[in-house]
Write a protein that binds this ligand. Structure first.
Ligand SMILES: N[C@@H](CCC(=O)N[C@@H](CS)C(=O)NCC(=O)O)C(=O)O
Length: 208
């Protein structure tokens, strides 16, 4: 299997999941800062994924799987014993899907594209930061009431995704000082060997 990724973007989430599950993965970098987006082997990524965004997972049978929340569940389901996703059809799986959708639609898409493109202007960015702050207040309360992970005791694919997206706060001027449980949570996840390995493979700076 091959994961198309861009360093430190949302594709870090499936990258972490594969490593947490012990699934061997080939990775190919995509330069999403240039138009057209080229892969590291010089292919126009738009010819691979018509939406030209990462992540995308090339399966061994040649099919291309897109959308981060689908990819992480696919990977987790390949290794049910990893506990990265509760079994399909259970209440716990619904809770996982609820978190994945929350992270995708309420957090990921409030950060991106708004806080990554200065051309949207300060007003739009202030609105995005306000919205993110409200959503993180909800996450903070949830972690304060339970934890240590989103679904309770065990690390799941939702944690890989939330870690990836909430870590963007560090370089998008989203203030996490009012969210101590979230900051502890992010630090705990950053220390996981699989997370460190994925970040290292993407050339990212590791927490001390
Ligand atoms: N709906 C997609 C969104 C993916 C997405 O936003 N990818 C960003 C990086 S985090 C990207 O590749 N942006 C480049 C572009 O859209 O051209 C998913 O959840 O997988």
């Amino acid at each position: 299997m091959k994961l198309y990724y861009a360093p430190a973007t949302c594709s870090l989430s499936p990258h972490i999941v594969a490593r947490e599950a012990g699934i061997p993965l080939e990775i190919e970098r995509v330069d999403i800062r240039r138009t057209p987006h080229l892969t590291e082997t010089g292919v126009d990524y738009g010819t691979i994924n018509p939406n030209a965004y990462v992540p995308a997972l090339r399966l061994d049978d040649g099919e291309l799987l897109t959308e981060g929340v689908a990819i992480v569940q696919y990977l987790a389901d390949l290794k049910p014993e990893s506990g990265l996703a509760p079994a399909a059809g259970t209440r716990e799986r619904l809770a996982l899907q609820s978190w994945l959708n929350f992270i995708a639609t309420e957090l990921h898409k409030s950060f991106s594209p708004w806080l990554f493109h200065p051309e949207y202007g300060e007003q739009a960015q202030a609105v995005a930061r306000g919205r993110i702050g409200e959503r993180l207040t909800y996450v903070e309360a949830h972690l304060a009431a339970g934890g240590p992970f989103l679904l309770g005791a065990g690390f799941t694919v939702a944690d890989a995704y939330l870690f990836t997206i909430a870590s963007w706060a560090a370089f998008t001027k989203v203030d996490l000082s009012g969210f101590p449980h979230l900051r502890d949570y992010l630090a705990r996840i950053a220390a996981r060997p699989a997370v460190r390995a994925a970040m290292q493979a993407e050339g990212l700076k590791l927490a001390a």
